[in-house]
Design a protein around this ligand. Structure first.
Ligand code: 8X3
Length: 257
């Protein structure tokens, strides 16, 4: 009987993680869907017909819960680190400490924790693919991006440093870096549930859909074993780059927020 590949996906209850679960399931993968919200995972399992889908309710910030995964999951063929998000868009001096801590604990520590858990077994087996969901914010700074962008820069460099360590082991690592993605909880969470503010982010433009990113992840995973994609950056065609911001002497820097 042909081997059915198994993928562990974090952040699988919504957005890119959920779309990736649906896309890979349709491509024949066994999916282990991980997220904080058990009710949303249950809805996903219902949608996928409770076949080739396992759900685990946990927060990637919870080290003990993550460690228990190894016994439950074994050695997956792929890990998609999609759990993460942004909290706040304030200028750095007005940012909330809790928001900064949450982003570092989730986007950085959570992703590293999952990777550290599965990597040794993948290397021992000589195969496996890890896809990290980074962001264009990890490469391009923008006002209010402060810690969020820095966590995604970490994800990018961690991915590349893993590549440096893992060349020749059969284990591949890729950073998929999307720009604006609509129809997710991303902006709602960034603005503390403020629906109107979240909607305004995507007003008058067409953002990426979570499925667009999921298809890229599926593409990465479906390359033959000798091909590794280091990074992929994608944006909606309505998104571009801003000019450098220059503060003129007439402006009061302290007041411009
Ligand atoms: C978020 C991408 O462009 O909305 O990861 O900041 S963007």
């Amino acid at each position: 009987m042909a081997h059915t590949p198994k993928v562990v996906i974090t952040g699988a209850s919504s957005g890119i993680g959920r779309a990736t679960a649906v896309t890979l399931h349709a491509a024949g993968w066994d999916v282990v869907a991980i997220a904080r919200r058990g009710d949303e995972l249950e809805r996903l399992a219902d949608e996928l017909g409770h076949e080739r889908i396992e759900t685990v309710t946990l927060d990637v910030r919870d080290g003990d819960a993550v460690r228990r995964l190894r016994a439950v999951v074994g050695v997956p063929d792929a890990l998609v680190n999609s759990a993460g998000g942004a909290r706040g868009l304030e200028r750095a001096d007005a940012a909330q400490w809790d928001d900064w801590q949450w982003m570092i604990e989730t986007n950085v520590l959570g992703l590293v924790r999952l990777t550290h858990l599965f990597l040794p077994d993948m290397v021992a087996r000589g195969s496996g693919t890890i896809v990290n969901v980074g962001s264009v914010a990890g490469e391009f700074p923008y006002p209010g991006g402060n810690v969020y962008g820095a966590t995604k820069a970490f994800v990018r460099q961690f991915t590349l440093n893993l590549r440096a360590d893992l060349a020749g082991t059969g284990v591949r690592v890729t950073d998929v870096e999307p720009g604006m993605v609509g129809n997710t909880d991303f902006s709602r969470a960034r603005f503390g549930g403020d629906e109107a503010r979240a909607q305004a982010v995507y007003e008058g433009m067409t953002p990426l859909r979570p499925e667009d990113v999921a298809e890229v992840i599926a593409f990465v995973l479906s390359r033959p074993a000798h091909v590794v994609i280091n990074t992929i950056s994608l944006m909606p065609s309505d998104q571009g780059f801003g000019p450098f911001h220059v503060v003129r002497r007439s402006e009061d820097v302290r007041a411009s927020s």
